[in-house]
Design a protein around this ligand. Structure first.
Ligand SMILES: Cc1cc2c(cc1C)N(C[C@H](O)[C@H](O)[C@H](O)COP(=O)(O)O)c1[nH]c(=O)[nH]c(=O)c1N2
Length: 225
């Protein structure tokens, strides 16, 4: 049934499909490959628009994107990272501890743009379609927006790195974020000329990609209980 409200939804052409899968397969978490050049505003708004078209529970669109270009502010964010990262390093033992300390886990100062992505749980009132039985659905929606942003950035030649090694309170204080708002991610963005072909954590011996076949179950849970 075709009405004026519907749009065509057949498979993409081979070329279009290849482009989408290429974005997915070659997207990387970027820590060190950022170029200093600023991102053009039209490019930035295209990738933010991609983020804003993510699915969200009850269509609540709970996200905000706090753009941070100011170097002094990014320096404060880096200091918050550095404090948390020293604590994190102490949680690993033996060879892992040494390897951890040698990993670069952020590009906060190198990337010319930071985006703090937040989730406002009150955006659509107290009772939200689809969130009634699981309050985490608004956070999940915000993560969908980040993934859209990440993939769109890849297509524009913009690298993105997600940094999560912070005390929430530190980021909140630096950016003036009220307690009722959830901080979902700090993203580092900048132009890139090259990217690792495989996840950097795999290249550096931290962890390998798992076999998909081991993660797909038929008809019920088939993993360890
Ligand atoms: C929620 C969340 C949080 C973080 C990350 C990712 C996600 C999804 N990743 C990036 C992560 O290490 C990376 O995605 C994997 O290693 C896989 O590599 P690719 O993203 O495929 O390059 C990440 N990387 C890093 O260097 N510091 C960090 O704090 C984080 N935090």
């Amino acid at each position: 049934m075709q009405t004026d409200l519907m749009t065509e939804a057949g498979a993409f052409s081979e070329e279009e499909r290849a482009a989408v899968y290429r974005a997915i397969m070659t997207r990387r978490d970027v820590r060190d490959e950022f170029l200093p050049d600023p991102i053009e505003e039209d490019v930035l708004w295209r990738i933010l628009t991609a983020a804003h078209h993510a699915p969200s529970v009850g269509f609540m669109q709970p996200w905000n994107f706090i753009l941070v270009r100011d170097e002094a502010r990014r320096k404060a964010v880096w200091q918050a990272f550095s404090k948390a990262n020293d604590e994190a390093a102490g949680l690993f033992e033996g060879e892992k501890a040494t390897l951890y300390r040698n990993l670069k886990l952020e590009g906060i100062l190198k990337a010319p743009l930071g985006i703090c992505v937040t989730c406002d749980p009150d955006r659509a009132g107290p009772v939200v379609l689809g969130r009634t039985h699981n309050p985490r659905m608004d956070s999940y929606s915000t993560v969908c927006a980040i993934q859209n942003l990440w993939l769109a950035a890849r297509t524009e030649g913009i690298g993105l790195g997600w940094v999560s090694i912070f005390h929430d309170a530190d980021l909140r204080a630096i950016l003036g974020i009220p307690d009722r708002i959830e901080i979902v991610g700090w993203l580092c963005l900048g132009k890139v000329r090259e990217l690792y072909a495989e996840p950097e954590l795999q290249v550096k011996g931290w962890r390998k990609r798992l076999a998909l076949e081991d993660l797909v179950f038929e008809e019920g849970w088939q993993g360890p209980s």
